[in-house]
Ligand binder design. Structure first.
Ligand code: FE2
Length: 261
């Protein structure tokens, strides 16, 4: 039985499995300093040894492993558990970085929703909702329910109609005499429909100047008379920090995109 000396870190990385001259693909589902769980359709014999090729930046880590478990779902073979054979220092460094990233992501995901107006706050609920003034008791923790944009290249068309797209133009705002930053927010890359039972109800804009926590600085309400959910804001050019935008769809919940200005 495989001994687990540290917690498993969830992952979704594409890897290659190299047995003799046979190279197959798999997804690394989780990893630790002594084992991994891999989703793959390729059937490996129990106790067989092979090499995992894991891309890290421009390098490829070669990780020798031994099959310790065969996994099945509904009687269909769908993965393996492996133990690591003397993990290298480079792998342990990679693991440390993955662990830190995972912890940061988990912290970011802690959100609370105002049950009156659906405004989202981060880390903790406010004493009062900045928009509808509901009290802290009306906020419910909804961690995991806000869709957060992480990898744009893997989005489906449905997701592309919901995630806000942020475009920033510096020094191109006529009313600011060629100074400032013009931020345009569109929901989404393919415009979301604005039907009575499925439309973007509001766009909330948050700003974090790298020293304070995320603060909501504006909300744009939309209704079905609006054809395209687009909002524009102008910032002083001295502003620098992280911009977070959440769009709220009446049928499909909250969708968050972040960038820096
Ligand atoms: Fe929607």
């Amino acid at each position: 039985m495989e001994k687990r000396s540290s917690g498993r870190i969830p992952s979704n990385l594409k890897i290659k499995l190299c047995l003799d001259h046979d190279i197959n693909t798999g997804i690394l589902s989780n990893l630790s300093d002594n084992g991994m769980l891999i989703t793959t359709k390729v059937c490996f014999p129990l106790k067989s040894q092979f090499e995992i090729l894991l891309p890290v930046g421009e390098e490829i880590l070669k990780i020798p492993v031994r099959v310790s478990r065969l996994l099945k779902k509904n009687d269909v073979y769908d993965g393996i558990g492996v133990e690591l054979l003397e993990p290298s220092a480079a792998y342990l460094e990679f693991l440390e970085r993955q662990s830190m990233l995972y912890q940061i992501k988990e912290k970011r995901k802690k959100t609370f929703k105002c049950s009156t107006c659906s405004h989202i706050t981060f880390k903790q609920a406010p004493l009062h909702c900045p928009f509808c003034k509901s009290a802290i008791d009306d906020f419910i923790e909804n961690s995991g329910e806000v869709n957060m944009l992480e990898d744009y290249t893997s989005l489906t068309d449905f997701e592309k109609t919901h995630f806000p797209v942020i475009n920033i133009a510096k020094g191109s705002v006529p009313e600011m005499k060629d100074r400032g930053m013009h931020v345009q927010i569109k929901v989404g890359e393919f415009p979301h429909k604005m039907d009575i039972d499925d439309h973007i109800a509001f766009i909330d804009l948050y700003f974090n100047d790298f020293s304070l926590s995320k603060k909501c600085i504006a909300r744009l309400h939309l209704n079905c008379q609006i054809i395209t959910p687009i909002a524009s804001f102008s910032f002083h050019d001295a502003c620098s920090g992280a911009l977070t935008v959440i769009s709220n769809c009446t049928a499909h919940g909250s969708w968050m995109t972040e960038t820096t200005i």
